[in-house]
Design a protein around this ligand. Structure first.
Ligand SMILES: [Ca+2]
Ligand SMILES: [Ca+2]
Length: 347
């Protein structure tokens, strides 16, 4: 596999930069894990004209990337023995070669449950299908009072696994480079249950606070950012923009009352065209969230997923999106390839 690029010629944009990173990701996977050694070829004088070329113009700047994020999964659940053989090399490549400096740690909605099903899964009491099919998003309320946390009603073993197995090793590697690890905790809810956080903003707020307090007591670390709900526009998640806004307002207020500083990310929809008034996609998530009084003040980053290609939106910035970005501060986008997710953080 080869990548060719020149210092002069066409232009550089986020798509071009991403192409380099994603190809580099493939190199990571197939050279670090499987022993293949592809080469990156840099042609400095003659613009590359092939269909697989990326030409850079260092005189033109578009977005400023402030970080690269990956999901905190390296096969530790599916291959609990095998992954031990490659994890150190993988972390080293991710930090020192790719430049990954942010992790998305997922906390599933069924974390609020009196039973620790993740530990049952990892110890063989239940199998993978049982864990992922019906248990993951089955929320059982800790008690009848959203203002009183019953700690035995929350099971953070999966979050702890991501911290222990991935975040802490990468944090150490980044600090050795003089950098810091950004921890983005992402609430996931791809299933329905009799009790729902999305229908009870004060209960969602309790869940967020319980997670912050657990991480603080267990690791002395709190989330740098909290991604409110992953892909709410999917049929299995099925959150509305108003529900997200109400959850943000309640959780933000609750965190502030407890002495934390909220930095929320939303709406994390699968179709970026629905983020703002683009005239496509049929929804207007960020604008409707903004309509909930007090919600936008807690949003640090507007997010979307690039399952729908957004060249026009990315390069030219729709005016409505621009106005929201002024209210928020950053943009988080997700790009996908089979096997791996890469996120870009930009100002
Ligand atoms: Ca509760
Ligand atoms: Ca409670």
């Amino acid at each position: 596999m080869q990548v060719k690029y020149t210092k002069k010629g066409f232009f550089v944009n986020s798509q071009g930069n991403l192409s380099i990173l994603l190809v580099a990701t493939i190199i990571l996977l197939f050279s670090g894990v499987f022993g293949i050694n592809p080469k990156i070829v840099k042609a400095s004088s003659t613009p590359c004209t092939g269909s697989n070329c990326v030409n850079l113009n260092s005189g033109t700047t578009y977005q400023t990337m402030i970080g690269w994020e990956a999901t905190a999964q390296v096969g530790q659940n599916e291959f609990p023995t095998d992954y031990l053989a490659y994890k150190d090399q993988l972390f080293d490549n991710a930090v020192n070669d790719l430049g990954i400096n942010s992790l998305r740690l997922e906390v599933y909605s069924g974390t609020e449950n009196p039973t620790d099903y993740y530990t049952q899964y990892r110890t063989g009491v239940i199998d993978e299908n049982q864990f992922y099919s019906s248990i993951l998003y089955n929320i059982v309320n800790d008690n009848g009072d959203p203002n009183t946390i019953n700690s035995s009603g929350f099971q953070f073993s999966y979050l702890d696994n991501q911290m222990d197995e991935i975040a802490l090793p990468m944090k150490t590697l980044l600090e050795a480079r003089g950098e810091t690890l950004h921890i983005n905790v992402n609430y996931t809810d791809f299933g329905s249950s009799a009790f729902e956080h999305k229908s009870n903003p004060s209960e969602y707020a309790e869940f967020v606070l319980a997670t912050y307090q657990h991480m603080q007591s267990a690791y002395g670390i709190v989330p740098d950012t909290w991604e409110v709900i992953l892909e709410p526009d999917t049929p299995s998640a099925n959150w509305t923009p108003t529900q997200i806004g109400q959850a943000i307002k309640a959780a933000g207020d609750r965190l502030v009352s407890a002495g934390f500083t909220p930095h929320f990310i939303a709406p994390s929809v699968t179709n970026g065209l629905e983020v703002a008034s683009t005239g496509q996609g049929g929804n207007d998530w960020a604008t409707q969230i903004n309509a909930v009084s007090g919600a936008m003040a807690y949003i640090d980053t507007i997010s979307y997923h690039r399952f729908v290609i957004l060249h026009q939106m990315i390069l030219k910035r729709k005016a409505s999106l621009l106005s929201l970005l002024v209210l928020a501060k950053k943009l988080l986008c997700l790009n996908t390839l089979p096997l791996i997710l890469i996120f870009c953080r930009e100002i």
